[in-house]
Design a protein around this ligand. Structure first.
Ligand SMILES: Nc1ncnc2c1ncn2[C@@H]1O[C@H](COP(=O)(O)OP(=O)(O)OP(=O)(O)O)[C@@H](O)[C@H]1O
Ligand SMILES: [Mg+2]
Length: 491
């Protein structure tokens, strides 16, 4: 099947070089076969939109800077009418703002100009791979679980693309999968993706958290028990190995399984049969195991805390979920992903993220990984008073991100952006201090504070709102609000 690619750029020379680079790709060099791609070109946004209406394209490589209709506008129209076409934006500005805007509008990725031939080949390859995984995982129904669960995982960057490839590779097999990674990196999400992209997807996906249960409870949870097997076993209980039959059993926090249970588990894996607690007969089971852990199982084996034989039985197909700080390129898309969800849940219009705030997000180290980012975005949406997320709404991480945030710029564009961010941050700091100090001097009385500064009361209040500052005020001001934020206690 040939791949159709459309190149949109107002400069003929760029079009020709892109065509050449794509045609030159081989499975060995670019990862895809350039000769099998049919490449068209358009020199304006209008022409591109016309071509896209006439024939189906898989991929559009789109320049942002074009006269008349700029790339962002074209992107928006393409995504509105054909959401399944992947669009790669070429930005001449190497600016995070424009690129982020493009990602928000649904671009697959962006490529700063000037780029090397290999860079273009790589991003095209990733887009094609992404499409292949999506289409292969659900040959028949487009709205199946499989598709849904894959598309919910954000990760256009190379690290997560590698994970996607592994998922796609192992999902259709019956192989046991071991997902490793720090907490909050998306291990459970990967486990689900394995199941929902497998032939077992219409059978149950059952989770057992090996962490929270005592040894006895864990065994009865896994294998079930018969009535009277132990005190408290008032009725027969089916184990998860039975419930998950034909489906996938997800053993979360696998590194915390006690040694005696490990021995029993090994037997199930080897013989595909188990005995419920207190039962005499064995039951057979056909489950696929996916295990996840944030522990270093190999080290545990060396220390004697984990059975080596079980380790090798489970570590058949390892998938490592990389920490977020090692895939910072995914942060903007993840931030918008959570922003969209939180705003939707709260019934708020989609919020914006200021350049300064985005810089903090991309420079912070995220010890709690994606889960922490999710929580920070949730808090920020609640704190943001004018629908723009600013540095001041990220107070929990802003200090820690700051040292990394002052990267020395390398190009004049980076310098411009860094100056803009620094200015924005110092203006915010000063405004915030100004409001806080004035309120303090005036016993949290908003009217008096406004008078002292020579500002209109409404303007003063607007600034308070911008920074989420409220006063615990019982006076005549009525400035009390329920919004969370910094509080100025009356003196
Ligand atoms: N790539 C991603 N795209 C979108 N959401 C993600 C992604 N990775 C993780 N999440 C979200 O982050 C949260 C944490 O993910 P998950 O529970 O899978 O992590 P985990 O590694 O199992 O964490 P823990 O070790 O704490 O159990 C979830 O709400 C999940 O939906
Ligand atoms: Mg988990």
């Amino acid at each position: 099947m040939s791949v159709r690619i459309l190149i949109v750029d107002d400069e003929d020379i760029v079009i020709r070089s892109c065509k050449r680079i794509i045609a030159a790709a081989t499975p060995a060099s670019g990862g895809f076969d350039g000769a099998a791609c049919k490449v068209d070109a358009a020199q304006s946004g209008a022409e591109a939109l016309r071509l896209i209406e006439q024939q189906p394209y898989d991929l559009v490589v789109l320049d942002i800077m074009m006269p008349k209709m700029d790339g962002l506008e074209v992107l928006q129209q393409v995504k509105e009418r054909h959401p399944d076409i992947d669009v790669i934006m070429v930005t001449g500005l190497s600016q995070i703002t424009t690129a982020v805007k493009a990602m928000k509008l649904g671009a697959f990725d962006y490529l700063p100009k000037p780029f090397d031939p290999e860079e273009l080949q790589r991003v095209v390859q990733r887009a094609l791979e992404h499409r292949r995984l999506l289409s292969e995982s659900d040959p028949a129904e487009s709205a199946s679980n499989a598709r849904y669960h894959f598309e919910n995982i954000v990760g256009a960057g190379p690290a997560m693309q590698a994970v996607f490839r592994l998922i796609a590779k192992c999902a259709p097999t019956n192989s046991t999968v071991l997902v490793t990674g720090e907490s909050g990196t998306g291990k459970e999400m990967i486990a689900r993706a394995v199941h929902f992209n497998s032939l077992r997807k219409d059978h149950p996906f059952v989770t057992v958290d090996c962490n929270t249960l005592s040894e006895n409870l864990l065994e009865s949870e896994l294998f079930g028990h018969v009535k009277g097997a132990f005190t408290g076993a008032v009725a027969t209980k089916r184990g998860m190995f039975e419930i998950a039959n034909e489906g996938t059993l997800f053993l979360d926090e696998f590194g915390n399984i006690p040694l005696t249970t490990q021995a029993k588990l090994l037997r199930v894996i080897q013989q595909r049969e188990f005995r419920p607690v207190g039962a005499t007969a064995v039951q057979t089971t056909n489950v696929r195991l996916v295990a996840a852990t944030n522990k270093d199982l190999k080290a545990m084996v060396a220390e004697g805390h984990f059975r080596e034989d079980l380790y090798y039985r489970v570590n058949v197909f390892p998938i490592h979920a990389p920490p977020l700080r090692e895939r910072r390129e995914d942060i903007p898309a993840l931030a918008f992903h959570f922003l969209k969800r939180v705003c939707g849940e709260l019934g708020k219009p989609m919020a914006e993220i200021s350049d300064g705030a985005m810089s903090v997000l991309t420079h912070y180290d995220w010890p709690g990984n994606v889960r922490e980012l999710e929580n920070v975005m949730q808090r920020a949406v609640i704190l943001a008073s004018d629908n723009v997320i600013r540095q001041s709404n990220l107070s929990s991480i802003v200090e820690m991100a700051a040292p990394a945030g002052v990267d020395v710029p390398r190009t004049s564009e980076d310098l411009k952006l860094a100056k803009k961010i620094a200015r924005e941050k110092s203006v915010e700091d000063i405004e915030r201090q100004f409001i806080l100090e004035t309120l303090k001097r005036n016993g949290s009385n908003v009217t008096r504070s406004a008078e002292e500064t020579g500002m209109q009361r409404t303007n003063f209040q607007a600034l308070m709102k911008k920074y989420g500052i409220r006063v615990r005020d019982t006076g005549a001001d009525g400035a009390e609000s329920d919004e969370p934020g910094d509080e100025v206690a009356p003196t």
